[in-house]
Design a protein around this ligand. Structure first.
Ligand code: C2E
Ligand code: MG
Ligand code: MG
Ligand code: MG
Length: 291
């Protein structure tokens, strides 16, 4: 069969268009296979502490190493995963892989906290806290080795249940982060009543901040908002030295973005971290950026 091709020449699975039902069915079958083999791979992107330049947190981002189509990014397959009821399975696979990697890092004396993205269909699953606790115990990892990133749209569906699941997770010591903060429509109301550790400011505010005074004002105020609630603020989508420097100046806690590192396989992150360990000894605090 022929995969659909978008204008940019990328393979896309247009979930709104089911005229190609056979292709979709085949892709769902391929997804099922991917989930039980090692076709799902996880890349890691560091979150840099802006006061010290150190890295204590990394985000796990899933990719599909498709046997014929090459490496596929989440935008190309996550919607289909969700629609075909496979998200719960995917989340377990990513958690297993990411926690295996965290255990390796801990054993090597690099106790990184790994952040895993959770979708809404996972947050209605009341067995999640116990399963996650068991996964940590099985690897002899402390709960602080895991962070969960939740997108606010997903909190809307069943807010009470989401809150109760998050409360159980967080009281066990797992860190909770709100992803893409600022893009949803009820940001302030859930800040009032959800158990949280971190806000990740969406890159649509961070990217323009150097040239756009309004965006910069929003970044600065969000840092203040987070701090007044005792939360850490992470800026995502830091692509330039100018943005990085400005975030340091504004007192942002952590930054993540292509300027420092793209998401990369664990082995590549290890090299990046080692190079940083060396350069940290000769670079001023807080100004450690890209290599
Ligand atoms: P996200 O969690 O907000 O992750 C950040 C996305 O922005 C990643 O895209 C990352 O590669 C990209 N990014 C990082 N730094 C920069 C930058 O400086 N500039 C720009 N333009 N982009 C940057 P990616 O890996 O394609 O992931 C897209 C989304 O897919 C993620 O957004 C997350 O919502 C979702 N996702 C990824 N992995 C998983 C997973 O294991 N489970 C679930 N449920 N969702 C996942
Ligand atoms: Mg995320
Ligand atoms: Mg994000
Ligand atoms: Mg995002």
């Amino acid at each position: 069969y022929k995969a659909k091709t978008s204008g940019r020449g990328q393979h896309v699975y247009n979930t709104a268009d089911d005229t190609d039902a056979t292709t979709r069915l085949k892709t769902v079958e391929e997804l099922r296979t991917a989930l039980t083999t090692d076709q799902l791979v996880v890349h890691y992107q560091p979150k840099i502490d802006l006061d010290t330049g150190e890295v204590h947190n990394v985000e796990a981002l899933v990719r599909w190493d498709h046997p014929t189509r090459g490496l596929l990014y989440p935008d190309a397959f996550l919607a289909l995963v969700e629609e075909s009821g496979l998200m719960r399975t995917l989340t377990r696979v990513v958690l297993q892989v990411a926690l295996d990697q965290a255990a390796v890092w801990h054993a090597e004396g690099r106790p990184l906290t790994v952040a895993v993205n959770l979708s809404g269909s996972t947050l209605i699953d009341t067995s999640l806290p116990d399963e996650v606790a068991a996964m940590l115990t099985a690897r002899n990892l402390p709960p602080g080795a895991l962070q969960l990133e939740i997108t606010e749209e997903f909190l809307m569906a069943d807010r009470d249940r989401a809150r109760s699941i998050l409360t159980r997770l967080r009281s066990s010591g797992i860190q909770i982060s709100i992803d893409d903060f600022g893009t949803g429509y009820s940001s302030l109301s859930y800040l009032r009543d959800l158990p949280l550790d971190e806000l990740k400011l969406d890159r649509s505010f961070v990217f323009p901040m150097v040239d756009d005074a309004r965006a910069a004002a929003l970044v600065a105020s969000t840092i203040g908002l987070a701090h007044s609630l005792g939360l850490r603020l992470v800026a995502e989508g830091v692509e330039t030295k100018a943005a990085y420097t400005e975030l340091v100046r504004l007192g942002c806690d952590q930054a993540q973005g292509y300027y420092m590192s793209r998401p990369v396989p664990a082995a590549e992150l290890d090299l990046w971290l080692s190079a940083r360990d060396v350069s940290a000894t000769r670079t001023p605090k807080g100004l450690v950026g890209a290599h």
